[in-house]
Design a protein around this ligand. Structure first.
Ligand SMILES: Cc1cc2nc3c(=O)[nH]c(=O)nc-3n(C[C@H](O)[C@H](O)[C@H](O)COP(=O)(O)O)c2cc1C
Ligand SMILES: [Fe+2]
Ligand SMILES: [Fe+2]
Length: 396
């Protein structure tokens, strides 16, 4: 296993995890992932930027050996999460003279999460630089991308931004650089939706700060490298800044078909009014797709039967996720069916305090929908269509 040259003295030494199907025991990985690490050799010092997931430590070591690396002076840890820092203990035993460079906040995390000795760690402030001789590393603090300790590293002379999880994508590929921007867009949007969206205000600040830097290559910690940085930066701008679109996201479940009848009717009623619907049946859902749909949607409508007075547990799970992801959704409602007594509506409303939404009158019915229930669904669809027109006017 060899290192891959980016420039003379700058190599990719990461690992591609083709077969991983779940991240953090939570996030589906339809296309696998990669853990990117980079070796930067200056005229006087050598720095390793990030490591790899500990399950693939041997891959990192083999790539370093292929370069006959005798000594590493610095290991830059942009982010303490173990998919990037997890091989740090192994790196420090293989290269005992190496010092770790990270933010002050990251220092504490490395000591707690990986039991790294304090004496090994040098902390750097925002915009501080470290010279490798003919090359200079500049550190850019970037809190909450998506942890509080994160930083980005800018290699000045080569204009490379090692952006950590920011601009990353869970995408296993044998290609070092992005080749199919369409495919990458999907993976990067999924990644943004799952990982970055909850921190939108912080991402906004970081995007503004990055304008100070002349970046020719973005080297993230997951997925291929961006030779056209403007492509991924523009995509992030769209996801972060664009107003929500004329889309209803409709996660739902139905045990005996009543809620399903409501959903079928409602989707048709919205479609006839020119509203785009993204419907997710929750017994088989890919939560990454649901998260991606939430990036752009103006409205979330949750469909649920009542189970033991409450929403169906799978609906509660999807609702909990939507609340945690903090999308820019403006409106929300609930539709569903119960038999004898329900607090499903109240429970769902209590579960979404993070969503800064206007609640549109829910349609909660007893048993199968009747004529009056279909009328109520028509009414809700008409209100949503009207609200969405207001959105378009407000943003145009
Ligand atoms: C396991 C289970 C638990 C239920 N618990 C309640 C309940 O606590 N309160 C209630 O009003 N209905 C309850 N129901 C009845 C359903 O909410 C009702 O039949 C509803 O119409 C089902 O909608 P669906 O056809 O979309 O699944 C329960 C049904 C099942 C299968
Ligand atoms: Fe991370
Ligand atoms: Fe990561």
């Amino acid at each position: 296993m060899k290192a891959r040259e980016i420039k003379t003295g700058v190599h990719w030494v990461g690992a591609v995890d083709w077969d991983r199907r779940l991240f953090d025991e939570l996030i589906p990985l339809p296309d696998g992932t990669s853990y990117n690490a980079y070796l930067v050799q200056g005229s006087q010092k050598t720095a390793l930027i990030d490591t790899v997931d500990p399950t693939m430590a041997e891959v990192l070591f083999a790539r370093l050996d292929s370069l006959k690396v005798k000594a590493i002076d610095y290991v830059v840890i942009n982010h303490a999460e173990q998919d990037h820092s997890g091989t740090l203990p192994g790196v420090l035993s293989k290269y005992p003279q190496a010092k770790v460079i990270c933010t002050p906040k990251c220092k504490g995390l490395l000591m707690d999460l990986l039991l790294i000795p304090e004496a090994k760690i040098i902390t750097v402030e925002d915009k501080e630089t470290v010279s490798l001789g003919d090359r200079t590393l500049e550190f850019v603090h970037a809190a909450w991308v998506h942890w509080p300790e994160t930083m980005l590293t800018y290699l000045r002379e080569d204009k490379i931004l090692f952006s950590c999880d920011l601009f990353g994508a869970h995408l296993a590929t044998s290609e070092l650089y992005v080749s199919d921007e369409g495919h990458l867009y999907e993976s990067a949007k999924r990644y943004y939706a799952e990982i970055m969206m909850p921190f939108r205000p912080n991402i906004e600040k970081h995007l503004a700060r990055l304008k100070e830097y002349n970046v020719e290559l973005i080297a993230p910690s997951h997925g291929p490298l961006h030779r056209r940085p403007e492509f991924i930066i523009k995509a992030y701008h769209r996801w972060v800044f664009d107003p929500p679109q004329n889309i209803v996201v409709l996660p739902y479940i139905s045990m005996h078909g009543s809620t399903r009848q409501m959903v079928n009717y409602f989707v048709e009623a919205l479609t006839q009014r020119g509203v785009v619907v993204k419907q997710f049946e929750l017994s088989q859902v890919d939560i990454g797709k649901l998260a991606m749909a939430l990036v752009d949607a103006a409205t979330l409508v949750i469909g649920t039967p009542t189970v033991l007075i409450s929403p169906h547990p799978l609906v509660a799970y999807a609702t909990f996720l939507a609340n945690a992801l903090r999308p820019k959704t403006r409106f929300a409602s609930i539709i569903g069916s119960f038999g004898w007594g329900s607090r499903a509506k109240e429970t769902i409303i209590d579960m979404i305090p993070n969503l800064k939404v206007e609640l549109l009158e829910p349609v909660i019915i007893k048993g199968l929908p009747r004529e009056a229930d279909f009328k109520a669904l028509d009414n809700l669809a008409a209100i949503i269509a009207e609200k969405h027109k207001g959105l378009a006017q407000a943003s145009s």
